[in-house]
Design a protein around this ligand. Structure first.
Ligand code: AMP
Ligand code: GLY
Length: 419
C-alpha cells in the first residue's frame, strides 16, 4: 500500500513514522511535510486546502490511501474530492467536518444524539452574550463559532474580558457562550468508518502556554498517555455514550462521518462531558498515542477509510508510557518569531527512548541548517516503562536543543508521573 499524508506538523511526522513501521505499507509520501519528515519520507509541495491539487498529487503518486492530518483541508472538501476520484481517503467529508468547523452544529448533533456536553447559547449580539454570561455565571466560557486553531476560546472569571472576546468574535460571526465544565480534560480518538467505532488509548494535552496551566491557550504544549488516574473503562464509555451515538446520528442525517472523531472531554463529578469535537487527530496527543499503538496503523486507517473497521481485530498496545514536550518559538502563541536556527537536533535524537518530531521547521534557505517556521517548532517524544522514564527521556532530549528564545513547559505529565 502507498500512502499520502497531508499536513506538515508533528502529528503528521508521527503518522508518517507509524505508517512506515507497518509491514503492509510500501511507501509513504508527505505533502507538504517539514524538515523532519523529509528525513524519513519524500515530501511534495501542495496547497493542502485545494481539493483539486491534493487529488492530482494522489493520482500522480498512485496512492492507495490518502490520510488528511489537519482540519482545514477537510472543511474545504479535500476528502470528498479524493474519494470522488476513486482513492480511499482517511478523513470526513466537508459536510461531516462541520462537527469541528461549527461549534453550533456540533451542539445540535450532540443534542439530537443525547450526548452529554456543556449547556450553551449561540449568540449573535452583545446583549444576548451579556444575558448568557449572567445566566451561566462565572467562570465564563466564550467561543468563536468557527475554526480558530485552538485560540478562539476564552475561559475567564472576568466578565469584561469575556465580553471583550465576544465582541471580537461577533465582528465576523456568531459566538457561543457556555457553562463551565469543572474537571480534568482528556482526549480520546475514535476511529470510525461511518458505522463501526474503535477508540484509541486516552491521552491528556496541556493547552495553556505556561507551567501550572497558566497563560494563554495554545494549540497544545505537551501530552502523555496512559492516564493512570482515569477510569479503566474510559475509552469504552466514550464509544458507548459519545462517539457511537454521534456516528449513528451523522449517518442518519445522510452525512456519515468517517475518519477520526477526536473527543475532547471533561471528566466532571457528574460524569464525562464533551468540551469539543475535532474531526482529525489531535496534536500533540497523536504523538504519544501512536507511540504506544502496536497494531499496524496503515491497515487500521485503510479499514476506516473503506468501511471495514468492523472486521478489525482488537487493538494491541505496547506496555509503554509516552510523553511529548513541545518546543515553541519565542513569542508563541501571540506573536511567534520565526526563522531562528535549531541546534542540537542530532544529539537529542540519540537520547535513549527519545525521538524528535518536527512541527514548524524547514531547511534554511542556504541549505545549511534547520530553522523554525511555525509557532510550535518541535514535539520531543520520550517513551519508557512508565511515565517517569518517558518524561526523563523527553526532557533530556529537549534540554539538548537550542533555539534562541524558545520555551517549553517543565511540568508535562509531572503530576501523573509522581502521583
Ligand atoms: P476548545 O477549543 O473548545 O477545545 O476549547 C479550548 C480549551 O478551553 C479547552 O481545552 C478547555 O481547556 C477550555 N474550555 C472550553 N470549553 C470549556 C468549558 N465549557 N468548560 C471549561 N473549560 C472549557
Ligand atoms: N491538542 C489539541 C488539538 O489538536 O486541537
Amino acid at each position: 500500500m502507498d500512502v499520502l499524508v497531508i499536513g506538515s506538523g508533528a502529528r503528521e511526522h508521527a503518522l508518517v513514522r507509524a505508517l512506515l513501521d507497518d509491514p503492509g505499507v510500501d511507501r509513504v509520501v508527505a505533502a507538504p511535510g517539514n524538515a523532519g519528515i523529509a528525513g524519513v519520507a519524500p515530501c511534495e509541495p501542495v496547497a493542502v486546502e485545494d481539493p483539486g491539487a491534493v487529488t492530482a498529487l494522489a493520482a500522480r503518486l498512485g496512492a492507495d490511501l490518502v490520510v488528511v492530518g489537519p482540519e482545514a483541508p477537510l472543511v474545504a472538501g479535500v476528502a470528498d474530492a479524493v474519494r470522488a476520484a476513486g482513492t480511499a481517503c482517511f478523513g470526513p467529508s466537508a459536510a461531516a467536518a462541520r462537527l469541528e468547523g461549527s461549534k453550533a452544529f456540533a451542539k445540535e448533533v450532540m443534542a439530537a444524539a443525547g450526548v452529554p456536553t456543556a449547556m450553551a447559547h449561540l449568540c449573535t449580539s452583545e446583549a444576548e452574550v451579556a444575558d448568557a454570561l449572567d445566566a451561566f455565571g462565572a467562570p465564563h466560557v466564550v467561543k468563536d463559532d468557527g475554526l480558530a486553531a485552538g485560540k478562539g476560546v476564552v475561559v475567564t472569571g472576568d466578565r469584561e474580558e469575556a465580553l471583550a472576546h465576544a465582541r471580537r468574535c461577533l465582528e465576523h460571526g456568531p459566538v457561543v457562550v457556555e457553562e463551565f465544565l469543572d474537571g480534568p480534560e482528556v482526549s480520546v480518538f475514535c476511529l470510525t468508518d461511518g458505522e463501526a467505532v474503535l477508540a484509541l488509548a486516552p491521552a491528556q494535552d496541556f493547552k495553556r502556554a505556561g507551567d501550572g496551566d497558566t497563560g494563554p491557550n495554545t494549540g497544545g504544549m505537551g501530552a502523555y498517555s496512559p492516564l493512570p488516574w482515569a477510569p479503566a473503562d474510559l475509552a469504552q464509555q466514550v464509544v458507548e455514550r459519545i462517539a457511537q451515538p454521534v456516528v449513528t446520528e451523522m449517518a442518519k442525517r445522510g452525512t456519515p462521518f468517517g475518519g477520526v472523531l477526536y473527543c475532547g472531554l471533561a471528566l466532571t463529578s457528574r460524569g464525562v462531558r464533551v468540551i469539543e469535537f475535532n474531526v482529525r487527530f489531535g496534536d500533540p496527543e497523536t504523538q504519544v498515542v501512536l507511540a504506544r499503538l502496536a497494531t499496524p496503523l496503515g491497515g487500521l486507517l485503510h479499514a476506516a477509510a473503506t468501511g471495514a473497521l468492523d472486521v478489525q481485530p482488537d487493538l494491541r498496545w505496547r506496555e509503554e508510557a509516552a510523553v511529548t514536550v513541545v518546543l515553541a518559538a519565542p513569542g508563541y502563541p501571540e506573536d511567534p518569531q520565526l526563522g531562528g536556527t535549531l541546534h542540537g537536533l542530532d544529539a537529542a535524537g540519540r537520547v535513549d527512548g527519545a525521538a524528535v518530531l518536527h512541527a514548524g521547521t524547514r531547511l534554511a534557505p542556504d541549505g545549511t541548517g534547520i530553522v523554525a517556521s511555525g509557532g510550535r517548532v518541535l514535539s520531543v517524544l520520550g517513551t519508557g516503562h512508565d511515565l517517569g522514564e518517558a518524561r526523563a527521556a523527553a526532557y533530556e532530549a529537549v534540554g539538548l536543543i537550542d533555539l534562541a528564545g524558545s520555551r517549553f513547559r517543565r511540568d508535562i505529565a509531572l503530576e501523573a508521573a509522581t502521583a
